[in-house]
Ligand binder design. Structure first.
Ligand code: CA
Length: 227
């Protein structure tokens, strides 16, 4: 059972997330202050830490640095605002990912799952399961409800890249660079064309997306349509 240290001073949020994560099979310990969090992180053996940046005693970024000085445990930071400079700073200070408040239990669970897959990559890498969708990067087979989908090599790479980052918006720029090994050109239709074909094969459309969600036309994320 993966263990989570949840650092959050807002009692309502703390309680809600604890209940959700516990119901999803995590063991959860909580802390309401930065000092307590550093003590627990030093002494405890957690699989992941979810760290609120706005804490009453020490700034969350300082807490992150203190945790990083003693531990390599993955940390997901929760920020109150979608402030790009702050997010860049915490990622630079060793956070593995971030969520912007308010976020749902399902959202944080998706981030935790994505990080744990990255951490466990190469050790226990079974197929990725997202809703009815299964993606096996070893055998390169994708299936919906156990029935295989006929994908080209690039379509599979595209889907697998998103599946490894479930719930996270991936920019078209990153997709072109990482999946197609191409530089980004503003008028490039490569991704749009592949997205449209992939959607058809997954049984969805741009007007009725399920797994593949576009975000402000700049990025795409793969989500579990049932959560
Ligand atoms: Ca707070």
């Amino acid at each position: 059972m993966p263990s989570v240290l949840l650092v959050e001073d807002d009692q309502t949020i703390r309680q809600r997330l604890t209940e959700y994560l516990t119901s999803r099979g995590f063991s959860v310990e909580t802390s309401a202050t930065g000092m307590d969090a550093v003590h627990l992180a030093t002494a405890g053996n957690y699989d992941i830490i979810v760290l609120d940046l706005g804490l009453p005693d020490i700034d969350g970024t300082q807490v992150l640095k203190m945790i990083r000085s003693v531990s390599t445990v993955p940390v997901v930071v929760a920020t109150a605002r979608d402030d790009e400079s702050e997010i860049v700073a915490v990622l630079g200070s060793g956070a593995d990912d971030y969520v912007v408040k308010p976020f749902s239990g399902a959202q944080i669970e998706a981030r935790i799952a994505a990080i744990m897959r990255r951490v466990n990559a190469g050790t226990v890498s079974g197929p990725i399961r997202i809703g009815d969708l299964t993606i096996d990067t070893q055998t390169r087979v994708a299936a919906i409800a156990e029935s295989p989908i006929d994908l080209t090599r690039k379509e599979f790479d595209f889907l697998a890249y998103l599946a490894e980052r479930v719930g996270v918006v991936v920019s078209k720029r990153d997709l072109l660079a990482e999946v197609w090994r191409q530089p980004y050109g503003g008028a490039d239709k490569t991704i749009d064309v592949h997205l449209s074909v992939l959607r058809r094969k997954l049984g969805e459309s741009a007007s009725q997306p399920r797994y593949l969600q576009t975000v402000h036309s700049v990025g795409i994320k793969l989500v579990d349509p049932n959560s």
